[in-house]
Ligand binder design. Structure first.
Ligand SMILES: Cc1ncc(C[n+]2csc(CCOP(=O)(O)OP(=O)(O)O)c2C)c(N)n1
Length: 625
């Protein structure tokens, strides 16, 4: 059997069942991408996992996780203007961080080409909002391809790369969560490695690359001119799909995953509206759509999230005086959530009840399952930290959360987080909350990957403007939430070992005077330190450190002499205070109806961080299982 890497590098054509996030890597290889960059964030990190499946020396392109999405975009831009086809990928909200650079890309002559892969997240499956990044494509005059399944992910990346190289423009490949994660048998073409010309091709004559004052106008003219050319190219019927062409009454314009949901609904109901499924969704194929509008009495624009295409199609109908009834979003709910088959059925029923599947006919797959709230892993250093920090703070004190595994500290019983915004925002928010606030201490949390990503400016500000807040840096040595990617303090990058950039060293360099540092398993010490830090008049930082235990245990379990350990309960000593369950709340502890406690052997990792939390000292030291 071929290895994963052999498959991705195969010279022959082949078919394989793969995720959208894997299919795109083969597309990068075939298209000749030379530089690929990213900052991790769902739904795209598996693109990097697939890349990691190929040994660095066999990889036909350079890959790095940069410190944030903006830097990742800049690295890819630099490579492109030097002649190399580049790609950057990140999650929906990553574009907010990258935006300052991203919006300039279309002004530049990207001689090597550049594909920007956006992982949007309708349904907010793993994001703090449901933003529709198509708005930013319009803002920056950047064309978008949107696939509906892994086969199209592969094809559209290659089409995006060709277009990008042909016109020297950025092109977006917009993926959504379930297109990234869906699996399908994808037909891949043959591939031959091309000669890699490493001559740096950057030449100012290809510019201007300096968007300053009046130079901006020719650059903007170029961007708009390119967009016009792409608009003409988008009329190419091969980029879109017309399903059925025999229903003069009902037509549906759609794209992406909602297209698949629609097919599911229609298969069930037997309805046969004509469907125009778009592949390039910006700029729109106006002639093709106008023809579709003219051929139907009513057209429904089935569009997940915002009503961008609906608005454009209505404008088109108005400008060309096409007599057609256009249906689109009806109520707030139609702006929210993923367009699953169930949701599309409801939307169809509101417009054309006769072609919506009848709810009763739909099989009920729902199964009663107990609620399973997100929680920190057994042994997680963040749990120990929150347990300890809680002892140092009053209920009235303000606790500002940040994004990462440690966000979960907001949940009971810790309640260590009352506000959350986006990566790195906690320090700035805390600073604002500390103003005109004489009675409530303000404490904020920050992960170590986030420290490097977007955390440092807030810290500089707190120092520079002398804010009276305490920052607790939750240092676990990795970017845990998104799957353990290395960061600047990990001692490794994606490709090799590197010198650690120590968080403490950076803080000292910035001039932070009050720095406390402790392993989070030393809970009493951490409590004392937080008390001291909060008492400081000014800015203080507590580094609450413990390695991510999920990562550590995975590494340990791979070792030959690994011996699993677990704690146990001394039933004689246990006086059923239940602090292990109600205060420390490690999921390992099982409370029975009679109030007795047991340890779940499948969960306990034997870290022993719980021992100190039992007032009756009824948790026994970890022993081999
Ligand atoms: C702008 C942006 N990029 C990426 C993400 C995805 N993401 C969520 S948390 C996180 C970082 C978590 O790492 P860290 O700060 O070290 O906290 P940990 O999860 O390790 O506790 C990332 C990259 C995001 N939410 N926003």
């Amino acid at each position: 059997m071929k290895s994963f890497a052999d498959m991705l590098l195969s010279r022959e054509a082949f078919s394989e069942i793969v995720m959208g996030n894997t299919a795109v890597v083969r597309a990068m290889i075939e298209a000749g991408a030379r530089v690929v960059t990213s900052y991790p964030g769902s739904p795209t990190p598996e693109i990097a996992s697939a890349i990691a499946g190929i040994k660095a020396e066999d990889r036909p392109f350079y890959f790095e996780f940069s410190t944030n999405e903006k830097v990742a975009t800049e690295v890819a831009y630099g490579a492109s203007v030097n002649g190399h086809l580049s790609t950057v990928f990140f999650k929906s909200v990553g574009l907010n961080v990258a935006a300052d650079t991203f919006v300039q890309l279309s002004l530049m002559n990207l001689i090597g080409g550049m594909v920007v892969i956006l992982g949007d997240d309708p349904g907010a499956n793993s994001s703090q909002n449901e933003q529709d990044n198509r708005h930013l494509a319009r803002l920056s005059y950047t064309p978008i391809f949107e696939p509906a399944n892994p086969q199209e992910v592969y094809q559209y990346y290659k089409a995006a790369a060709i277009l990008s190289r042909q016109l020297h423009i950025p092109v977006i490949l917009r993926l959504t969560t379930h297109v990234c994660h869906a699996k399908q048998k994808v037909n891949f073409a043959a591939w031959q490695p091309a000669d890699f010309d490493k001559t740096p091709a950057f030449d100012v004559k290809n510019g201007p690359y300096m968007p300053l004052t009046s130079l901006v106008f020719p650059m903007k003219r170029r961007a708009l001119g390119n967009l016009q050319q792409v608009a003409e190219m988008s009329e190419n019927k091969g980029l879109h799909q017309l399903v059925g062409n025999e229903n003069p009454r009902q037509g549906i314009v759609t794209f992406g995953m909602p297209f698949l949901s629609l097919l599911d609904c229609l298969a069930e109901s037997g309805g046969k509206p004509d469907i125009l499924k778009l592949g390039m969704i910006y700029p729109l194929p106006q002639k093709l759509i106008a023809e579709f509008l003219r051929n139907h009495e009513e057209v429904f624009v089935l569009e997940e999230l915002d009503d961008i295409i609906e608005g454009e199609i209505k404008r088109l109908a108005f400008e060309q005086q096409i007599k057609v009834k256009i249906h689109g979003k009806t109520d707030i709910e139609s702006w929210i959530g993923e367009y699953t088959a169930d949701k599309v059925a409801v939307l169809l029923a509101a417009i054309w009840p006769e072609i919506a599947p009848k709810p009763a006919a739909a099989p009920d797959f729902s199964v009663a399952v107990p609620p399973r709230p997100a929680q920190m892993c057994p042994g997680c250093g963040h749990r120990s930290a929150f347990h300890a920090v809680k002892q140092a703070l009053g209920d009235d004190d303000i606790k500002v959360a940040d994004i990462g595994c440690h966000t979960l500290g907001f949940m009971p019983p810790y309640n260590m987080g009352q506000l959350l915004m986006c990566m790195g925002a906690s320090t700035g928010i805390a600073a604002g909350m500390s103003l005109f606030n004489a009675s409530r201490s303000v404490v904020c949390f920050l992960g170590d990957s986030t420290f490097f990503h977007a955390g440092i400016p807030g810290i500089v500000n707190a120092l520079f403007n002398k804010h009276n807040i305490t920052l607790i840096i939750m240092e676990n040595g990795t970017t845990a939430m998104t799957g353990h990617q290395d960061h600047a303090a990990s001692g490794r990058n994606f490709n090799q070992a590197t010198d650690k950039i120590p968080v403490r060293g950076v803080l000292e360099g910035l001039g932070v005077k009050h720095i406390y540092e402790v392993d989070t398993y030393q809970q009493e010490k951490l409590t004392e330190m937080v008390k001291e830090a909060v008492a400081v008049e000014g800015f203080a930082v507590v580094i609450a450190r413990h390695p991510c235990m999920l990562k550590l245990m995975r590494e340990q379990r791979r070792k030959e002499n690994f011996q699993a350990k677990m704690v146990s309960i001394d039933k004689q000593a246990c006086n059923q205070t239940h602090a292990c369950v109600s205060d420390f709340a490690c999921p390992t502890f099982i409370m029975h109806e009679d109030g007795s406690i047991d340890v779940n052997p499948d969960l306990c990792i034997g870290d022993g961080s719980c021992l100190q939390t039992c007032p009756a000292k009824a948790i026994n030291r970890p022993e081999n299982r």
